[in-house]
Design a protein around this ligand. Structure first.
Ligand code: FAD
Ligand code: NAI
Length: 464
């Protein structure tokens, strides 16, 4: 192997990096993965997807017990109490189990974990901690971190980011979330269910940018019904720590009179930015684009031969499954196979109740691209959702008016995150709405709403 230490060195052990390392090793390449964190799994397993879903699940159970949902079903509970320490304990257990699992998979697949911060020293060399390493291929998978908001300094006590918002030791009386995106709504839901009043301050006219317009409107309606106070078209101009919390100064985004909001805890969730600090990309001859991302081609190659980039540090949605698929594809390309990710079919899910999910084009984007047909079916008319007392939401199927090919599917439903998988698969297979409408779906399932929405594309649903 010349004088290379490794065929592949992956920098970062998040869902992009650890998956790339395992696949490279499976393909017979001598592989190492550098990670500066104490545990493997990156943002997703340590402070992202997994702990947030643990708290979403736990808080949902609490709300069901405390607010009469279980009682409605004849399950009587008395003296329901919140044991936040126990809830955090179970969250930490989930993280430990999964991050330990990745360590086991590294050992099983003979991926060497190089512990420490990695920085380029040349085009094919990296320093990890004190160790100099040369590798034939280097995959940059360093992920992303919380984007700061100037003037609203995160102190991890009263002004928190997504990581410290997962670790609050008591339920705030009033939590103000800056940013009506995915993190704000998921973590806002957690603390609202546990008893906080939650106000969301969003700069744009609507929450959930990037999603289908109708979905954004309906989601806002549902969140307001749940008790969220949503202030759209509003910007925060100042945050001042007070004895008991924070005074936020806000004003209309388009300009106007300022007012103040008192909060016990402020969560800053205005997006994330790629991790490139301290990576010495210049030593490798690499630069970043305006958004701080490492640019790549269709095969995940950077402009420097032998250096690849995947996941949050590269362009595209900052999602774990996108990072994972890119990790597999990059490793396969390095091994001489053909690794491909179809970036037109990457589902996204907001894990609130109900869940909000989408794949492909929004109705607005599809209309701009050409003539379309749209079919919709309300969850209220789906027997399973109705029986389970989960009436909120709908399924929307967007198809090309001429070819009937499905261009996008949007779902608001209690299990929308699971339902969207069939839509993604249908789109990968180039399905028409008729293909979905004539596929037998098990009864009674929430997924039947996808079939009925597909039937509605040509105007023939049964149950509405
Ligand atoms: P990361 O997971 O960020 O991992 C990068 C790793 O590289 C880190 O461990 C970091 O320590 C390490 N690293 C960085 N620089 C260096 C260096 N120089 N040397 C050594 N190591 C380095 N996505 C979803 O799809 N579903 C969800 O439900 C979801 N929930 C989320 C909830 C929250 C609160 C947050 C914050 C994010 C969530 N995400 C979710 C996004 C998801 O976590 C990211 O898209 C995903 O982790 C990106 O994977 P990655 O491998 O690119 O990077
Ligand atoms: P986001 O991009 O989803 O939302 C940020 C929101 O903040 C936007 O609505 C934006 O308009 C608003 N905003 C920006 N600047 C603002 C300002 N100054 N004042 C008020 N509002 C402002 O980012 P978020 O929620 O921080 O999440 C980061 C990323 O992490 C997501 O984009 C997603 O990729 C990933 N993530 C994914 C999850 C999932 O898949 N379920 C869960 C959590 C995070």
């Amino acid at each position: 192997m010349d004088d290379y230490d490794f065929d592949v060195l992956v920098i970062g052990a998040g869902p992009g990096g650890y998956v790339a390392a395992i696949r490279a090793a499976q393909l017979g390449l001598k592989t190492a993965c550098a990670e500066s964190r104490e545990t493997l799994g990156g943002t997703c397993l340590n402070v992202g997807c997994i702990p947030s879903k643990a708290l979403l699940h736990a808080s949902e159970l609490f709300e069901e017990a405390a607010h009469g949902t279980l009682a409605k079903w004849g399950v009587k509970t008395a003296g329901v109490e919140l044991d936040l320490d126990a809830m955090h304990g179970t969250r930490l257990e989930a993280i430990k189990g999964l991050t330990g699992g990745i360590e086991f998979l590294f050992k099983k697949n003979k991926v060497e974990w190089l512990k420490g911060h990695a920085a380029f020293t040349g085009k094919d060399s990296v320093k990890v901690g004190d160790r100099d390493v040369r590798a034939k291929n280097i995959i940059i998978a360093t992920g992303s971190s919380v984007a700061p908001l100037p003037g609203v300094e995160i102190d991890h006590e009263a002004i928190v980011d997504s990581t410290s918002a997962l670790e609050l030791s008591k339920v705030p009386g009033h939590m103000v979330v800056i940013g009506g995106g995915v993190i704000g709504l998921e973590l806002g839901s957690v603390w609202r269910r546990l008893g906080a009043k939650v106000t969301v301050v969003e700069f744009l006219d609507q929450i959930l940018p990037g999603m289908d317009g109708e979905v954004r409107k309906e989601a806002a309606k549902i969140f307001k019904k749940q008790g969220f106070d949503i202030k759209t078209g509003t910007k925060v101009t100042k945050a001042e720590r007070t004895g008991k919390g924070v005074t936020l100064t806000v004003e209309p985004a388009k300009g106007g009179d300022a007012s103040t909001i008192e909060a016990d805890v402020v969560l800053v969730a205005i997006g994330r930015r790629p991790n490139i600090d301290g990576l010495a990309l210049d030593k490798a001859g690499l630069t970043v684009n305006q958004r701080g991302q490492v640019e790549i081609d269709h095969d995940f190659r950077t402009k420097v031969p032998g250096i690849w980039a995947i996941g949050d540090v590269a362009p595209g949605p900052m999602l774990a499954h996108k990072a994972e698929d890119e990790g597999i594809a990059a490793a396969e390309n390095i091994a001489g196979l053909t690794g491909i990710v179809n970036h037109d079919v990457i589902p996204s899910v907001v894990y609130t109740m109900p869940e909000i999910a989408g794949v492909g084009l929004t109705e607005e984007q599809a209309k701009e691209a050409g003539e379309i047909k749209v079919g919709k079916f309300p969850m209220m008319a789906n027997s399973r959702a109705k029986t389970n007392r989960e009436p909120d939401g709908f399924v929307k199927v967007i198809a090309d008016a001429k070819t009937d090919r499905v261009l996008g599917v949007w779902i608001i439903a209690s299990v929308g995150g699971t339902m969207i998988a069939q839509a993604a698969q249908a789109m990968e297979f180039g399905a028409t709405s008729e293909d979905i409408a004539y596929t037998c779906h098990a009864h009674p399932t929430h997924s039947e709403a996808v079939k009925e929405a597909a039937m509605a594309v040509t105007g023939k649903p049964i149950h509405i």
